[in-house]
Design a protein around this ligand. Structure first.
Ligand code: NAD
Length: 246
């Protein structure tokens, strides 16, 4: 919705991934002055459309619109972003259909790299509903000992220094520096921050952190592509469920 340049890039990348996987995608690029009613009508139409298995509304939406109402309106079994409260609740109890794409992508990276989470000190920096909170929950389900840091955390550096696995999802360029990383730690950088010179950097100062880490994700090219891959996975899962229920 509207003309957010970052959203444009994300939507284009998602459309490209759909094409690559053989998933049909329908884009509804709504103008910035769309009313709540028009948006809700579109969601209702897609909720009832049997040719649509997954729906996502690229956030943020313009300020005059009610984001919460939009998230609540998407049918939970088509909610491939897993933001609907029904899906969030299921994640909490560990009995889920869809996982939110970014935390799911991080888990996939850790597992595919053969890193065992059980018993490890995991520090998640950031407590957003989209990344930080579900991330912490997934690490907990994998038997990590999890600490969540946020804007009011007293001694961030000291807490991060304890971590065997660090996940940074803050939105502050290069906040996490090499001196905060324990020797051999695994460092996952979710952050995507555009500097004034247009350079894209993460929440981790890559060069200094890489000297200490046993494994580290770059920005770009780390968590970002995994997020899109997990969106495809959720969409295929939704399609299979709908097919079985037909
Ligand atoms: P958000 O702004 O909703 O949340 C940021 C969190 O960081 C908050 O919980 C806040 O308490 C915490 N925080 C802020 N300043 C802090 C500080 N100085 N010390 C400790 N904690 C602090 O952001 P979000 O939506 O969770 O996104 C975080 C970052 O991840 C952004 O850079 C965003 O662009 C990026 N992101 C990337 C992907 C991807 O696919 N790679 C997906 C979603 C978000």
């Amino acid at each position: 919705m509207g003309d957010d340049p970052a959203s444009r890039i994300y939507v284009n990348n998602k459309k490209k991934a759909c094409e690559y996987c053989g998933i049909r995608s329908f884009e509804y690029a709504l103008p910035g002055d769309t009313t709540q009613e028009e948006l809700m009508d579109l969601i209702e139409k897609l909720n009832g459309d049997d040719s649509v298995d997954g729906i996502l509304c690229q956030l943020p939406i313009p300020k005059h619109l009610d984001e919460k109402a939009v998230i609540n309106a998407i049918r939970p079994d088509k909610d491939v972003d897993a933001f609907h409260p029904a899906n969030v609740g299921k994640i909490m109890i560990g009995d889920y259909d869809f996982l939110p794409c970014t935390p799911a992508g991080v888990m996939e990276l850790i597992r595919e790299s053969g890193i065992d989470i059980a018993g490890k000190e995991c520090v998640v920096i950031g407590r957003s509903n989209i990344v930080g909170k579900p991330m912490a929950m997934l690490l907990l389900h994998a038997h990590g000992t999890v600490t969540i840091c946020h804007s009011k955390t007293k001694d961030l550096a000291e807490t991060v220094r304890r971590a065997d696995i660090v996940v940074a999802a803050v939105g502050v360029p290069e906040l996490i520096t090499g001196d905060m990383i324990k020797e051999g730690a695994v460092v996952i950088d979710v952050g995507m921050n555009r500097l004034p010179d247009k350079k894209l950097v993460g929440d981790v100062a890559f060069e200094s952190a890489a000297k200490k880490a046993s494994a580290i994700t770059p920005v770009p090219g780390g968590v970002g592509p995994m997020t899109i891959a997990m969106l495809m996975k959720n969409t295929v899962k939704a399609a299979l469920v709908h097919h079985e229920n037909k």
